[in-house]
Design a protein around this ligand. Structure first.
Ligand SMILES: Cc1cc2nc3c(=O)[nH]c(=O)nc-3n(C[C@H](O)[C@H](O)[C@H](O)COP(=O)(O)OP(=O)(O)OC[C@H]3O[C@@H](n4cnc5c(N)ncnc54)[C@H](O)[C@@H]3O)c2cc1C
Length: 434
């Protein structure tokens, strides 16, 4: 059995090209066109013009849509290689878009690929994969996010149409999406795991009402792109129910597992950037007659940050490896683990980097405060930390059995007695020799 931490030279050459290309041609987009939503706005003629030649270069390198298998027009590298690539792409908000692997479109494309009809694939999947249109995933409701048993948004059949009615919250990009994949209750009389379904709603369907454009903290009120919206008896053709009634949970797993680990892979990049800023700062700054880097409390911060980064990175790669190997149960547990860890590691390392930059770290002249606002998002989006910890704990507990009787299996009096019985002959001899 091999334990191999090496990248083959051919793939390393691709990574080296990506590293150079992202640094020289993509990261400047983050500075010239800042903002959370700009990279996703594919209708803006300036952004289209600026990104078109970059996307072309990516395609020429065979790196477009690198999360997808060959059947869907991607190179099919698998998750381990994708992990290494995302460690580069995660440095820039624009990079995933320039490489055609941005969330939430990546997960929505997977749903359409698995469950869409030929007509839906032609209308939505192809332009989505080509980076021409934008999609939205609409699941969370204003009163319930982490627990779908509380969902109320419903759909029922009238003739050969489904009628969708109810509210959704934080449906990212619904305000400009070309299509929405929404989770709706189609049978309220059975448990939600059997009664929830997934539907495809065109972005311009009559009856979609944006109640408020919610933003992330710091964005001006009313100017965000995570709408609270209402489906007012929106009518969609019956074939827009994806995968069959009651299939929503299975379908959601298709996208959420991938989405979570891809966020974690990109978070490795963010943590690496924070560590780089931290190290450069303490090597450059002097206080009390010496470099900051010579202070032991500073060194502790560097050491802790590096260890946490490396532990997290290895965990992400191990989760990716489980996916590539088709180990479904392990992949589920390890994805939950990286989902939990990403918020914590980002929190700890970005905070130390920010702190070591003093006032400059708190200012709007370094990227650290913006990274800091991303920390709570990582702990909430795609499900809060606690829910994923429950998944992990259940998987771990499955590996163990309760002990019988009053005393634990490791109860020393019992174990010593058994061990003594096992070696009685020799113990008697020892006693005899004394
Ligand atoms: C930037 C961003 C983008 C998002 N984009 C989308 C999107 O495109 N589509 C979409 O549908 N949703 C989206 N969401 C919503 C996200 O998926 C939900 O916010 C998330 O599932 C949590 O739901 P909630 O906000 O209702 O929190 P709640 O479910 O109310 O949970 C709040 C808190 O309660 C506690 N809690 C909850 N459950 C448990 C439990 N079982 N045990 C212990 N404590 C618990 C936790 O501390 C949790 O953080 C996005 C969120 C963010 C921040």
């Amino acid at each position: 059995m091999a334990w191999d931490f090496e990248t083959d030279p051919e793939f390393q050459a691709k990574l080296d090209w990506m590293d150079m290309f992202v640094r020289e041609k993509v990261e400047p987009l983050d500075l010239a066109f800042p903002g959370n939503v700009e990279p996703y706005n594919r209708k803006n003629p300036t952004y289209k013009k600026v990104t078109a030649p970059l996307k072309e270069e990516v395609r020429k390198q065979g790196l477009w849509a690198c999360h997808l298998g060959a059947d869907l027009g991607g190179p099919g590298f698998g998750q381990v290689k994708l992990g290494l690539m995302n460690e580069i792409l995660g440095r820039s908000a624009w990079a995933p878009n320039v490489f055609g692997c941005q969330a939430p479109d990546s997960g929505n494309a997977e749903i359409l690929a698995h469950y869409g009809s030929d007509a839906q694939k032609a209308k939505y999947l192809k332009p989505l994969l080509d980076g021409e249109i934008v999609s939205c995933f609409s699941m969370t409701e204003p009163h319930a996010g982490a627990d779908p048993r509380e969902f109320k948004c419903r759909a029922w059949k009238e003739g050969n149409e489904w009628v969708v009615d109810g509210e959704k919250y934080f449906s990212s990009h619904a305000d400009f999406a070309d299509f929405i994949i929404a989770m709706v209750i189609t049978d309220p009389d059975v448990p939600v795991h059997q009664g929830a379904s997934m539907v495809l709603i065109p972005g311009d369907a009559p009856g979609i009402e944006i109640l408020r454009n919610v933003g992330i903290g710091g964005e001006p009120l009313g100017e965000g792109h995570h709408p609270h919206l209402r489906y007012n008896r929106v009518r969609i053709p019956e074939e827009n129910l994806l995968g069959g009634p009651g299939q929503a949970f299975a379908i959601a797993q298709t996208r959420l597992g991938g989405g979570r680990i891809h966020h974690a892979m990109r978070t490795v990049a963010g943590v690496k950037s924070a560590l780089k800023m931290m190290c450069e700062r303490v090597l450059s700054r002097r206080t009390q007659g010496e470099q900051l880097a010579r202070k032991q409390m500073v060194q502790e911060k560097i050491a802790d940050s590096f260890m946490e980064l490396e532990q997290f990175r290895l965990l992400v790669m191990y989760a990716a490896w489980h996916i590539d190997k088709g180990h479904k149960a392990e992949a589920r547990t390890y994805i939950a683990m990286v989902k939990v860890q990403m918020a914590k590691v980002l929190h700890d390392v970005v905070y130390r980097a920010l702190h070591l930059h003093g006032a400059l770290g708190c200012s709007n002249e370094m990227p650290l405060m913006k990274m800091w606002t991303g920390v709570p998002v990582m702990g909430i989006a795609d499900g809060p930390t606690e829910v994923h910890k429950v998944t992990i704990a259940k998987a771990v507990l499955k590996q163990y059995e309760p002990y019988e009787g009053l005393w634990p299996n490791e109860f020393l009096p019992t174990r010593v007695e058994e061990a003594r019985a096992q070696f009685a002959e020799y113990l008697e001899h020892e006693v005899g020799n004394q």
